[in-house]
Ligand binder design. Structure first.
Ligand SMILES: NC(=O)c1ccc[n+]([C@@H]2O[C@H](COP(=O)([O-])OP(=O)(O)OC[C@H]3O[C@@H](n4cnc5c(N)ncnc54)[C@H](O)[C@@H]3O)[C@@H](O)[C@H]2O)c1
Length: 258
């Protein structure tokens, strides 16, 4: 166990990458606050963590809502007395050609994917500064490194998140807190199932061909798994990565190299 008795918060932990990351952190020895807008899903995630033998509490939190975020962080601090790791994972993918994308969709995407990270980080920063220690991981995307067709809002949010990561890394370096981003490529999570219809439309191909269309573009010849992403995350929050901050690490099977 690389992270024995560390305290971690994972946002958007009800399913997909967030849930996988939370379970992996638990297996590495963390006790967790798992949060999500989907209370039933995150309650189940907390129960699964407890079966691994770690402590877990959960909260219904919309990361774009300041008071809900503060309440969730306070609850974690009250329960565990400290917060060692924050994983800003909650995010949504907004797909649409610029002529069709509405202002409401743009705002929602930026509010959750970018402002949500600002709010969560702001809420834990004071605690980590007092501890003179902390690890913050922001889940960006390969779309944060390169724009994508019909992905203007998503790509802007994830690219902004890389800038936010670098600036936070500078703000917090003097307190022994590191801030890094992970840029996954394609991970077939529940989010993807919802997107297939949109992607089939934008590529003008049958829905059944969407996944293989994207996988064919990956140099290593397969999609990423939650484990691929969690492996890098565990390294970045461990002592082995003490000297790394402000980085945006690609986990894309070679699709993105910058
Ligand atoms: N799956 C991929 O291919 C991929 C690739 C690159 C980056 N990412 C990023 O990884 C993160 C997780 O994605 P995923 O594929 O697991 O998605 P997902 O949709 O399967 O899971 C996202 C979780 O976030 C929660 N959530 C949504 N809005 C929220 C809000 N306002 N507040 C709190 N929780 C909220 C959802 O309820 C859900 O449980 C996202 O930030 C996404 O952009 C995913």
């Amino acid at each position: 166990m690389k992270l024995k008795d560390k305290i971690a918060i994972v946002t958007g932990a009800g399913r997909g990458l967030g849930k996988g990351i939370a379970l992996r952190l638990a297996r590495e020895g963390c006790n967790l606050m798992v949060s999500d807008i989907d209370i039933e899903a995150v309650k189940k995630a907390a129960e699964e963590i407890k079966t691994i033998g770690r402590e877990a509490i959960f909260a219904k939190t919309d990361v774009s809502d300041k008071s809900q975020v503060e309440e969730m962080v306070n609850e974690a601090k009250e329960k565990f007395s400290r917060i060692d790791i924050l994983v800003n994972n909650a995010g949504v993918t907004t797909v649409g050609h610029i002529t069709k994308l509405t202002e409401k969709e743009w705002d929602r995407c930026l509010d959750i994917n970018l402002k949500g990270v600002f709010l969560c980080t702001k809420a834990v920063a004071g605690i980590m500064i007092e501890q003179k220690n902390g690890r913050i991981i922001n889940i960006s995307s390969k779309s944060g490194k390169q724009g994508g067709l019909w992905l203007s809002a998503y790509s802007a949010s994830k690219s902004g998140l890389i800038g936010l990561t670098q600036s936070l890394a500078l703000d917090l370096a003097q307190y022994g807190i590191t801030v890094n981003a992970i840029c996954p490529g394609i991970v077939f999570t529940p989010q993807w199932d919802k997107l297939i219809v949109e992607y089939a439309k934008k590529l003008n191909i049958p829905e059944s061909e969407v996944k293989s269309y994207y996988v064919k573009k990956i140099p290593l010849g397969r999609n990423a798994t939650v484990k691929d992403v969690a492996n890098v995350l565990v390294f970045l929050v461990s002592q082995e990565a003490d000297y790394m901050t402000g980085q945006a690490i690609n986990v894309t099977g070679g699709q993105e190299m910058r």
